[in-house]
Design a protein around this ligand. Structure first.
Ligand code: SF4
Length: 194
């Protein structure tokens, strides 16, 4: 099996879809390559495209806050990546051609990292990994089987910033992740939150 670094080098110079023409950096993913949790979001945004790192800016700050309250650190407990690795212009959702071209990279990341828990953040992550017709409003907060791994859909932090009413269910989802992490990985896992 290829290793993550080899795959990363391929992604950084990838030109398989038109998004390579407008990107500054392809954003492969960051975190612990041996983590039990893989967090998947939609695509790089403005700050991610500039820096080449996942979850920067206000969404990244909110994610770190949620993770800290849950006793998680993005560099220790998880690996974070996206459905597509290059920023769609004006942050529009990636289209079918782009997703189809890029998803094989994510599948390989999943195989190499071998996470027990997958967190899908936002509608594009849900549609990209589960099914094009899957709706986040219908499956959010439920553990589902994804090819023998447990997956949980939750809102993207940018949705929580836009709509404060989603914050409570979003935080509830992370309580579920903490409970599952204790069950599967570390019974002693500490969280200030639950
Ligand atoms: S979005 Fe994915 S498939 Fe398209 S150019 Fe970037 S890395 Fe390649």
């Amino acid at each position: 099996m290829r290793d993550l670094e080899e795959l990363k080098q391929e992604v950084l110079s990838c030109a398989k879809c038109p998004l390579h023409q407008t990107r500054t950096h392809a954003v492969f993913g960051n975190g612990n390559p041996h983590a039990a949790i893989l967090l998947i979001a939609e695509a790089p945004g403005f700050y991610e495209d500039k820096s080449g790192q996942v979850f920067q800016g206000k969404s990244g700050e909110l994610l770190d806050k949620i993770l800290a309250a849950s006793g998680f650190n993005r560099n220790v407990h998880m690996y974070i990546s996206n459905i597509v690795k290059c920023r769609p212009p004006k942050n529009r959702p990636p289209n079918e051609t782009e997703k189809t071209a890029c998803l094989p990279y994510l599948y390989q990341q999943i195989e190499i990292i071998d996470p027990k828990i997958i967190i899908l953040m936002g509608a594009t992550a849900v549609k990209g990994l589960i099914h094009p017709n899957a709706k986040i409003t219908q499956i959010r907060g439920q553990w589902i089987d994804w090819r023998g791994r447990l997956a949980l859909a939750t809102y993207h932090p940018s949705a929580l910033l836009r709509n404060p009413q989603l914050k409570r269910p979003g935080w509830e989802d992370f309580k579920r992740v903490v409970v599952k992490y204790r069950e599967l990985i570390n019974a002693e896992h500490h969280s200030d939150y639950c």
